[in-house]
Design a protein around this ligand. Structure first.
Ligand code: FNR
Length: 388
């Protein structure tokens, strides 16, 4: 099998389920508790129906977009996700190369299996954009050093993830973690063994509780809105700040209200509506529901900051529906990781982005839209979404 044999994103997931190690599959696939939010993140897209228009010239379609001022060829970014080397030795570098060639933004996880400055050496052009996703550490000095390193490596934006002050209860990950611990003779989850060298986590320890829980050791659970000023103070002025993991209208409004007391300027450039792909609290709303609430109840926020979402994007039509409801761009998490599996590496990621590109273009043509700025609520019927 080659990436060219994959026809849609679900094919990649199925391929990954057969080719990834048990541990990698469990870690990637996992979501909290009963997976209600994970599944609904995607299923909710079926609640939005299109209103396609006819008799229009759709021979040329333009999908060019931008995210916090950075031009991209598609309204899609790769969301930050940990430990890509569990799927392929090139890990995040393979994602970087594919994103560079396809002209989209990669957000690099705080828990990437390679270090940020190392990953960005895989850039395919000097101006390829990246963002760094930060989990603030209990040991703030560590975070300060990380930020210095990514600034020095040319980073343009910090994505601060806020939906995971503690990991959700990801049972498949935990089950496989316990099995592995038992198999290697470790007594219980209090004992620990170093992660294998290939995971690149250096000093961090893995426990019988699964990969997810091990990764969260040292992550701060005490962040509050005023910590944004601390973050701002660590960064050069040109650096954009994006908050990730907002799940309510109230928090998006609060994000839009945050200002630097010295300059009076807004502190937040964009927000990613996300429930961590269903890995935060189970029962969290599907991001598309939150987007629709924003559109109905607080439309002014769309002029105050850019709104992105991730979770459950598996089709070009999903992308187009989110854009019609006001999202500037959408992110993919698991599809990028799954696409690396079974030796696919960079070519797998490349194919995933290509499939989504073709699906977005096809959807736009069939709607009668030829550029992203034409997309809007007039192209969708949200009656079912509004009745949830
Ligand atoms: C994640 N996600 C995540 N988010 C983040 O801010 N920092 C991180 O390190 C990670 N790590 C991570 C690992 C894995 C295996 C998954 C599946 C997810 C969440 C990620 O950025 C994104 O929000 C979701 O993956 C989006 O949902 P889909 O596209 O996977 O459905």
């Amino acid at each position: 099998e080659t990436p060219a044999d994959m026809i849609n994103i679900a094919d990649f997931e199925e391929h990954a389920s057969r080719t990834l190690s048990k541990k990698a599959w469990a870690y990637y696939f996992s979501a909290s508790d009963d997976l209600y939010s994970k599944n609904f993140n995607h299923d909710v897209f079926a609640k939005v129906m299109f209103r396609p228009r006819i008799f229009r010239d759709v021979t040329k379609v333009d999908t060019s977009s931008s995210i916090f001022g950075v031009s991209t060829s598609l309204p899609i970014f790769v969301s930050p996700a940990a430990l890509a080397r569990l799927a392929h030795p090139d890990g995040e570098k393979a994602i970087a190369r594919a994103c560079g060639k396809q002209g989209i933004l990669q957000m690099i996880s705080n828990n990437a299996s390679l270090k940020y400055p190392d990953i960005v050496t895989a850039r395919v052009s000097a101006d390829q954009p990246f963002a760094f996703q930060l989990y603030v550490q209990n040991d703030r000095a560590r975070s300060v050093q990380q930020l210095k390193d990514v600034v020095a490596a040319g980073c343009r934006a910090i994505v601060l993830t806020l939906d995971a002050p503690t990991p959700g209860k990801r049972e498949l990950d935990e089950r496989v973690g316990r099995e592995e611990a038992r198999a290697s003779g470790i007594q219980d989850e209090d004992s620990s063994e170093p992660l294998s060298a290939s995971s690149g986590l250096g000093g961090k320890q893995e426990t019988g509780g699964g990969v997810g829980r091990a990764l969260f050791q040292g992550t701060a659970g005490d962040l509050v809105w005023s910590d944004l000023l601390w973050l701002k103070a660590q960064l050069p002025d040109y650096m954009k700040i994006v908050l990730k993991g907002l799940q309510t209208v109230e928090d998006v409004v609060l994000a839009a209200q945050q200002r630097d007391p010295k300059t009076g300027k807004p502190l937040v450039d964009g927000v990613i509506i996300s429930n961590h792909g269903g890995r935060a609290v189970d029962g969290a709303p599907a991001p598309l529901m939150v987007l629709e609430e924003l559109r109905l109840y607080t439309p002014e926020v769309f002029t105050q900051l850019e709104i992105y979402l991730d979770g459950g994007i598996r089709r070009g039509t999903d992308v187009v529906k989110a854009l019609c409801l006001g999202a500037t761009q959408v992110g993919i998490g698991r599809p990028a990781l799954f696409s690396l599996a079974g030796g696919f590496g960079e070519n797998g990621v490349h194919r995933v982005i290509q499939i989504l590109r073709e699906e977005v273009e096809t959807a736009m043509r069939l709607l009668g839209a030829t550029s992203l700025d034409q997309l809007g609520p007039h192209y969708v019927n949200t009656a079912q979404l509004d009745s949830i």
